[in-house]
Design a protein around this ligand. Sequence first.
Ligand SMILES: Cc1ncc(COP(=O)(O)O)c(C=O)c1O
Length: 310
Amino acid sequence: MLPYAFFQKKFVPLSEAKIGIMTHALNYGTACFEGIRGNWNSEEEQIYLFRSKDHYQRLLKSCRVLNIDIPYTIDELCQLTVELVERNGYREDVYVRPLAYKSSQALGVRLHDLEADFLLFVTPFGPYLDVTKGIKCCVSSWRRIDDNMIPPRAKITGLYVNSALAKTEAFDNGFDEAILLTQEGHVSEGSGENIFLVMEGRLVTPPTSDNILVGITRDTVIKLAHNELGIETIERTIDRSELYIAEECFLTGTAAHVTPVIEIDHRKLGNGQVGQITKKLQDLYFDVVRGRNEKYLHWCTPAYRKPVKA
Ligand SMILES: Cc1ncc(COP(=O)(O)O)c(C=O)c1O
């Protein structure tokens, strides 16, 4: 079976989807992207795409920031995604990458007077971080980029150099993930995840004005905590030292799902194990994203019209 991509308005074998070396986005980071998970449900032999409409709403907002026009509506983008996943026929968790990019073969740093295009590919994708035992984080020496530099609420490819610097520094120092602070020294987010603390039984997370990507998993967790556990979330500026005294901490993201954090800067959180509230939220979340919770099926789009048999 060939992997297929959607490229230059057609479905083509992935191996044929190539861009030229002068492509503006490759040279200057002038592209924006999304990551959508397709979660395999083995009983139903189905892949459920999670909140694809919300991901495309965010993509179109990112496109506005970058002056990119793509000739598709949100419904069309969702439909293209279903078609791509269906054509590929994977029987495991997958990750779909939509990318809207400045496609002109042109030199010159700018956003105007450039063509844009849209592509999609899909790849098998298991766990990104250790969701079972939890992870160890450090506060990064790299600061989160500010809205006035490259707006982090837009998922812009060039912005991810900031995340990559922080992630590799954390990895080289023996940690699993980095937590970045804002220029003012407040907690912002992980290199590819939003962050939550559990404090006095409530969830606390940085506000959207603290240079975070406004995460779809973040929103999912806030809603599940409220609706299913009666736990409220406070969105407020968080000091660095609060990371050390929180009862629990977890990261959220399409790739990371709900990942427990058990240690920050070598200090154990709580008893150094996965926290109870984190575990409850994680269990709820995994059922929801695999289409096993009727109440939230509206967030799940089946990719296969018929179950895919092995
Ligand atoms: C920097 C950053 N923050 C947060 C997130 C989490 O966002 P979402 O839950 O929409 O995947 C991501 C992942 O896309 C990210 O790259």
